[in-house]
Write a protein that binds this ligand. Structure first.
Ligand SMILES: *[C@@H]1O[C@H](CO)[C@@H](O)[C@H](O)[C@H]1NC(C)=O
Ligand SMILES: *[C@@H]1O[C@H](CO)[C@@H](O)[C@H](O)[C@H]1NC(C)=O
Ligand SMILES: *[C@@H]1O[C@H](CO)[C@@H](O)[C@H](O)[C@H]1NC(C)=O
Ligand SMILES: *[C@@H]1O[C@H](CO)[C@@H](O)[C@H](O)[C@H]1NC(C)=O
Ligand SMILES: *[C@@H]1O[C@H](CO)[C@@H](O)[C@H](O)[C@H]1NC(C)=O
Ligand SMILES: *[C@@H]1O[C@H](CO)[C@@H](O)[C@H](O)[C@H]1NC(C)=O
Ligand SMILES: *[C@@H]1O[C@H](CO)[C@@H](O)[C@H](O)[C@H]1NC(C)=O
Ligand SMILES: *[C@@H]1O[C@H](CO)[C@@H](O)[C@H](O)[C@H]1NC(C)=O
Ligand SMILES: *[C@@H]1O[C@H](CO)[C@@H](O)[C@H](O)[C@H]1NC(C)=O
Ligand SMILES: *[C@@H]1O[C@H](CO)[C@@H](O)[C@H](O)[C@H]1NC(C)=O
Ligand SMILES: *[C@@H]1O[C@H](CO)[C@@H](O)[C@H](O)[C@H]1NC(C)=O
Ligand SMILES: *[C@@H]1O[C@H](CO)[C@@H](O)[C@H](O)[C@H]1NC(C)=O
Length: 418
């Protein structure tokens, strides 16, 4: 019999084009506006805006305010969403070509597949030594018990005057855009820890860095960031598009821009453009809540947005593992970075996805330790009983793409710091 499977994509696209139609989403935002991107406007109450949008060609969202007694502003884009008192905004269901679908699903059943990650052998700090997968296995630092991915430091042995085994892995899939969702029950905490889930190009910092989850044992909030090696300015006013706060907002009042260039003469203590997340999004408080989900949406020519969700405040489409999660329904992100004329998308090239756990470090996690870096190092070397919270427990990482968006490219060569 002839194989007719080749017809399926054709039938599927026919189905999508012919049967698909937009509808009004329930998500409406009070005191948030979609700035610019006006197609047209019409007088009406806010409850009429969605029908007006459905009837207007190219309309994907609307904002309403009391102009002329009540006006619906019909929008060609769902972004940028930002604070504006007195304005209500709403969305249509995304069109087919704006809908995210699953590209890659990293989970317990395939996580430790040797072909997915490169295991780095770095000495991240004076007392951290990243080990191979085989060593991590033999020291009981990794497993997939209960269908979850466990990756932790050695919690058993003492390493007097030495380095404690830890992990750093980089994906052999390389990304230039996409929607990345990390669902986790526990992140590394305690024990002088400094964990991160981050993205970086091979030629750091010229190929860019995106820190989605990163902070230290002493803080209960996430610290997001981007770092590049060329011009990249973020408008401080873009704080309107996010719930987090610019780390640097009090610095350099002469300029309305924050430079993310590592080499900028005015780069400050935390190099790059750092955004502080909300209290409770990190460390013991996150773990005590049972974890949650972190997400990063990278729309190549427009923006990088990051959300930090703590249980029970995880959006339904993440909780229910929707095949088509829609970040536009998640409200303001914790961090929003604008890409475009002031920060070229080309600052970010072929990013590998990294997980690591550093211990101490005079730059940050160590010098805030009681007694300083030296005391932190002594604790890490000699007190494995104080390292029992220093592990990842991950349900999955899912990578989604929109139609036409380049997917992750597999490259078996280690990219970063090899
Ligand atoms: C939207 O709201 C309607 C009416 O309140 C409800 O029946 C429906 O289930 C909601 N849809 C979603 C996706 O929440
Ligand atoms: C909105 O109103 C609140 C007080 O109701 C005020 O604190 C806030 O600054 C206003 N926001 C904007 C963007 O005007
Ligand atoms: C229109 O809304 C603005 C912002 O909320 C408010 O300051 C103003 O009083 C409103 N005007 C009318 C006529 O309701
Ligand atoms: C698909 O997306 C492009 C831009 O991203 C837009 O111009 C076009 O109208 C979209 N098509 C549909 C059917 O929504
Ligand atoms: C491991 O990766 C290879 C290459 O991508 C793939 O062919 C294989 O199915 C994977 N194995 C598992 C268990 O996922
Ligand atoms: C650790 O180093 C200190 C000073 O460098 C030394 O006095 C001590 O004997 C060393 N301990 C071990 C167990 O090697
Ligand atoms: C254990 O580590 C925490 C920081 O992660 C620190 O505050 C505490 O003092 C350490 N306890 C001991 C016994 O070293
Ligand atoms: C930032 O917002 C203020 C107040 O609206 C405005 O005066 C200023 O021009 C804005 N700066 C930039 C760089 O957009
Ligand atoms: C930092 O320097 C860049 C030029 O390198 C400038 O555009 C930016 O406005 C400066 N930012 C501050 C806070 O001074
Ligand atoms: C990524 O790598 C490929 C192959 O090495 C290269 O052609 C491409 O320009 C790089 N950057 C992007 C954004 O794809
Ligand atoms: C390593 O230890 C030395 C000596 O205590 C200290 O000066 C240095 O800052 C430490 N390095 C790091 C990365 O913490
Ligand atoms: C894989 O990555 C290496 C190192 O960055 C690069 O030289 C090579 O061109 C890449 N291969 C492909 C097929 O893109």
């Amino acid at each position: 019999m002839r194989n007719l499977e080749f017809l399926l994509p054709l039938l599927f696209s026919f189905y999508l084009t012919e049967v698909y139609s937009s509808s009004c989403l329930n998500t409406t935002y009070q005191n948030l506006n979609i700035f610019g991107n006006d197609l047209s406007n019409a007088l009406g109450s806010s409850s009429q805006c969605c029908s007006l949008c459905l009837a207007a060609s190219g309309c994907v969202a609307w904002s309403w305010d009391n102009t002329t007694g009540g006006t619906c502003w019909l929008k060609s884009d769902t972004q940028p969403l930002g604070r504006q008192n007195g304005t209500t905004s709403g969305l249509l269901s995304p069109s087919v070509n704006q809908t995210y679908t699953l590209n890659k699903y990293f989970r317990a059943s395939n996580w430790f597949n040797n072909s997915y990650w490169h295991w780095d052998l770095w000495a991240l700090t004076n007392v951290t030594k990243d080990v191979s997968q085989a060593t991590a296995q033999s020291l009981g630092m990794i497993n997939t018990n209960n269908g979850k991915v466990y990756m932790g430091v050695d919690m058993v042995n003492k390493y007097p005057n030495g380095t404690r085994p830890s992990i750093q892995i980089q994906s052999l899939f390389l990304y230039n855009s996409g929607l990345f969702i990390l669902s986790l029950d526990h992140m590394p905490a305690g024990g002088g820890s400094w964990p991160a889930w981050w993205f970086t190009g091979g030629n750091w910092p010229y190929d860019g860095e995106i820190d989605v989850l990163e902070s230290i044992w002493a803080q209960d909030y996430n610290q997001m960031g981007i770092i590049v090696g060329d011009t990249c300015l973020q408008n401080y006013n873009d704080s309107n598009y996010m719930t987090g706060e610019w780390y640097d907002k009090s610095v350099g009042v002469t300029s309305p821009y924050y430079s993310c260039d590592k080499f900028a003469s005015n780069a400050t203590a935390r190099e790059g453009c750092t955004v502080l997340g909300a209290h409770g999004t990190f460390n013991d408080k996150f773990n005590a809540a049972g974890g949650g989900a972190y997400a990063m949406q990278w729309v190549r020519d427009k923006y990088i947005r990051i959300w930090n969700f703590v249980k029970p405040n995880v959006p339904a489409d993440i909780l229910n593992e929707s095949p088509n999660p829609n970040p536009d329904t998640w409200g303001l992100p914790a961090a929003h970075y604008t890409l475009g004329p002031n920060c070229s998308p080309d600052n970010f090239q072929n990013h590998t996805m990294m997980f690591d756990i550093a211990l101490c470090g005079a730059g940050w996690a160590g010098n805030v330790f009681p007694g300083g870096e030296g005391a932190c190092e002594n604790m890490v070397q000699n007190h494995p009983e104080n390292m029992t919270e220093t592990y990842w427990l991950i349900n999955y990482v899912k990578v989604f793409n929109r139609p036409g968006e380049p997917q992750g490219v597999y490259n078996s060569t280690c990219q970063f710091g090899c």
